[in-house]
Design a protein around this ligand. Structure first.
Ligand code: HEM
Length: 293
């Protein structure tokens, strides 16, 4: 099976587009590097870019299952593994670039990872990704059976660790880190709602999850500023209600959650319409049969 064919060996446009999409950031990075467009410290810039893409692909892989259900698009599952492996590949490249930055001094790399908490957390997240990546083959899925599902649930812990690593290394502006953390929180709330069997086909429930996700994002941001900086949390909270300078992360997370709820609403309408037409068709067929009899 190639990255652009499905299990039956047929060409899959969805897989082909996703595969191409996973390569774009690496190709762009290589292109910018070759042209000297990465600024005065290209290696540092590349470490940041690969870290960003590792966590973005990880978040996308987590979004596959909710989106598949909400959009009623079962084929989306075909790209989940690819997105997860893309996250792992970018994380490994991220580590490799860090090792290059440390002039291949593996002893120094090991001691930095052991001594700096944010690197230790990143390392644990990477180990988790390696565990998931190495058990993602069909043979391993068959071999592990039910344990595969249990193991792969740690993906949420890995995403949380990666988000903390992102926050901790960001010195001043935690805007993107908060958005990524907020989206992961939104996905976690969705998962929790699924676990307690809330009716997730209801757009109202999905809208409620969007609001809860936005509130969790604001809480995570307050917690960060409260713990890591001297900025009073009341000022951070108040900033959420001023839109002139910047739209704060909680609103972006709310927008994504509400977009998912709107999609659920459209898909629900479409399937009810189809059901209605199908049953009206069946009624008409019945009438015709009765008339013919
Ligand atoms: C051994 C494992 C890892 C090491 C040594 C490592 C190292 C680093 C370093 C040195 C930085 C830049 C810090 C700075 O400039 O001050 C960084 C940033 C970052 N790392 Fe990692 N990291 C690791 C694992 C991970 C993993 C597994 C992920 C995600 C899945 C990740 C995501 C990020 C992100 C998102 C950033 C911030 C990028 C930005 O500011 O734009 N890292 N990491």
């Amino acid at each position: 099976m190639t990255p652009w064919t499905d299990r039956a060996g047929r060409f899959s446009p969805l897989k082909a587009v996703t595969f191409a999409g996973t390569l774009v950031p690496a190709l762009l990075l290589a292109w910018w590097w070759a042209r000297g467009a990465l600024g005065p410290r290209p290696l540092t810039e590349a470490i940041h870019e690969t870290g960003d893409w590792a966590i973005r692909f990880l978040a996308m892989s987590l979004a596959v299952t909710p989106l598949r259900r909400i959009a009623q698009w079962p084929k989306l599952i075909n790209v989940r593994r690819m997105l997860g492996l893309a996250a792992l590949s970018y994380a490994l490249l991220h580590l490799l670039l860090y090792v290059v930055d440390q002039k291949w001094d593996l002893g120094k790399v090991a001691s930095e990872i052991a001594l700096r908490l944010y690197l230790t957390i990143g390392f644990v997240a990477l180990l988790g990704l390696v565990a998931l990546g190495s058990t993602s083959t069909d043979a391993m899925i068959r071999r592990l059976g039910r344990n595969w599902n249990r193991l792969h649930k740690i993906v949420y812990v890995i995403a949380a660790l990666a988000a903390v690593h992102f926050f901790m290394q960001t010195k001043a502006d935690v805007f993107e880190a908060t958005i990524v953390a907020g989206l992961v929180l939104l996905l976690m709330i969705y998962r929790l709602a699924h676990r307690v069997s809330l009716p997730l086909s209801s757009p109202v429930v999905l809208a409620g999850i969007a609001v809860a996700g936005a509130a969790a994002t604001a809480a995570a941001e307050l917690l960060w500023y409260g713990l890591a900086t001297g900025i009073p949390v009341s000022r951070v909270f108040a900033a959420n209600w001023h839109f002139a300078f910047q739209i704060r992360p909680m609103w972006w997370v709310l927008a994504v959650g509400l977009a998912a709820a709107a999609l659920g609403w459209v898909r629900l309408g479409a399937s009810v319409g189809k059901g209605g037409r199908a049953s009206r068709g069946a009624e008409k067929g019945g009438e015709a049969a009765r008339a013919a009899a």
